[in-house]
Ligand binder design. Structure first.
Ligand SMILES: [Zn+2]
Length: 83
């Protein structure tokens, strides 16, 4: 499958267990992240994405659209989080 969003993500995201969660900045100086595929921005600011799928405890973020487009190809599983 060829898609402009695919680069080398399979090297670090293949068969990962992801968590669906609200975006929380890692620190004051690291207040946003980008979707690993399309580059959409996650932050707490208006107009940015506020929820998505994360791997490695918030290190990697994947937006809902890319999750749905690539979940089969990447064999992702989603960890249930307590409400
Ligand atoms: Zn995306």
């Amino acid at each position: 499958m060829n898609d402009w969003r695919l680069t080398d993500q399979a090297e670090y995201l293949f068969e990962k267990e992801l968590k669906y969660q609200i975006y929380r900045p890692q620190s004051k100086d690291w207040d946003h992240d980008h979707c690993e595929f399309c580059g959409d921005k996650f932050s707490e600011l208006e107009g940015d994405l506020h929820i998505g799928y994360t791997a490695n405890d918030g290190y990697y973020w994947i937006c809902e659209k890319c999750f749905n487009d690539f979940k089969v190809q990447f064999h992702w599983t989603v960890k249930k989080t307590e409400n």
